[in-house]
Design a protein around this ligand. Sequence first.
Ligand SMILES: *Cc1c(COP(=O)(O)O)cnc(C)c1O
Length: 343
Amino acid sequence: MTRVIDLRSDTLTRPTEGMRAAMAAAEVGDDVYAEDPSVLALEEQVADLLGHEAGLFCATGSLANLIGVRLLVEPGKEVLCDARAHIARAELGAHGAVSGVTMRTWRSDDGVAGIDAIQEMLEPAAGPYLVSTAAVALENTHNFGGGTIQPLAHLQQAHELCRRVGVRLHLDGARLWNASVATGVSMGEFGRLFDTVSVCFSKGLGAPIGSMLVASKERIAEARVLRKRLGAGWRQAGVLAAAAAYAIDHQVDRLADDHVAAREFAYAVAERAPHAVQPDRVETNIVVLNTGDRPAADIAARALAAGVAVSALGASMVRAVTHLDVTLAESRTAGEVVGALLA
Ligand SMILES: *Cc1c(COP(=O)(O)O)cnc(C)c1O
């Protein structure tokens, strides 16, 4: 049987040999006691990288977002975000179910809302009858928006707006690495505009597990308590921190290859099915296809039968994500297969 070209997600990457060697060699200790040297080093490194004082290594991006938003929003207040934000759609209601935080959402074409749309929704001091806005959460790159980059100037505007009205700002930066590589804007330039930032090591970076939440020292001290309360304190997590550190050293620059591969995929689709995607709008490693009146699930099933795995993420939305376990040639082939199905 030929190998399936698996573009369902960049979380599918497996640790490389070099990464496994780094994990095996990691110095470890008990991280609940804050005594794991590999974890402590990673927390300091990534906090520095993002222009923040401190970091907390977490098992998942959902956990880092859950804690990050909770640090900024007390129970009974709200966080505003895009209708297709990961925190709104893909975290199983955690912010409401666990933190007692409510959400209101704005709509956008590709995950980047106009500043006016955000401004209109802000209600920082809503009084005794309405929910008060405590924070805004942005996502960069925007996953369900199609890997869209939130431009630095846009984020600066959001930052100024929120500062002015006394609302906090959280960044879901699961793929901030991709935004940074694609634009040349440093992680710190993006990171400094936010009160809390989460980044993932387990997406395009290729680590098996792990995300980092960064913020001020004070907030991270509180975050440690919240993490333990959620049952998510961990012990010799240094083996995982070593994988993340290896990924930062060796597997960030190559994200540019994933971006090229995503465009290849999109061009191959568009040659056959021009209505499905605008390839020149593909900015990073995610391609969202519009299947029109063909059910996305049906397209995904047919693609799989032809050796290409993609995700159906809505009635007429298919997502393909390039990553380090898929070559440029395979990405093009996959685009040809899916494009033929959509033609
Ligand atoms: C993957 C992802 C996360 C975190 O997901 P986990 O599976 O919980 O690690 C958060 N935000 C975005 C935008 C993501 O794509």
